[in-house]
Ligand binder design. Structure first.
Ligand SMILES: [Zn+2]
Length: 168
């Protein structure tokens, strides 16, 4: 497979991504729709991250859906859905207002944990890109969240941030 270009390919791929996320303890209270962006739709969008591969739509602090770039290989698609799903999860679990560094760091950590479970060799390359990103919010946030996960389970880390609004 060269990439996810159609809704039918997305529907084939999404359940396995969701199953991996559930195994990680990231289960949405209400699933949100994941759809592919139409041609040019994400151009000029203030999207998520240095490269806009996905966007979580939020209306009145309620996450209403996820839109991802078409054509991504499965590992990029899955890590993008994992990242955006954590934004949704945070909205659905009534977190206090988080700094972008903390929130994007948790989302990048979720993407990285999903990638860690994949056997596709390209997953390692995507993980390296996440870990070495020079972006202070995404790369810096990831490195802080990764350090905070050391010796903890993901669920414990998330509960701490939910309670205190900062990394432990
Ligand atoms: Zn994000």
């Amino acid at each position: 497979m060269t990439g996810i270009h159609s809704t039918s390919e997305l529907r084939r791929c999404l359940p396995t991504v969701r199953a991996d996320l559930h195994a990680m303890g990231v289960r949405l209270r209400t699933p949100v729709r994941v759809r592919l962006a139409t041609e040019g739709e994400l151009d000029g969008t203030r999207g998520d991250g240095p490269a806009t591969l996905g966007v979580t739509h939020v209306v009145n602090d309620v996450a209403t859906g996820i839109t991802v770039c078409p054509g991504m290989p499965r590992v990029h698609f899955g890590s993008t859905v994992a990242h955006e799903s954590m934004h949704v999860w945070i909205r659905q679990h009534a977190f206090p207002s988080l700094s972008p560094v903390v929130e994007e760091g948790l989302c990048e950590l979720t993407a990285d944990e999903w990638l860690r479970r994949q056997s596709d060799p390209r997953a390692r390359l995507v993980r390296r890109a996440i870990a070495t990103s020079p972006d202070p919010v995404y790369g810096g946030g990831f490195r802080a969240a990764r350090a905070a996960l050391t010796g903890r389970r993901m669920g414990n880390l998330l509960r701490h941030v939910q309670r205190y609004g900062v990394l432990p």
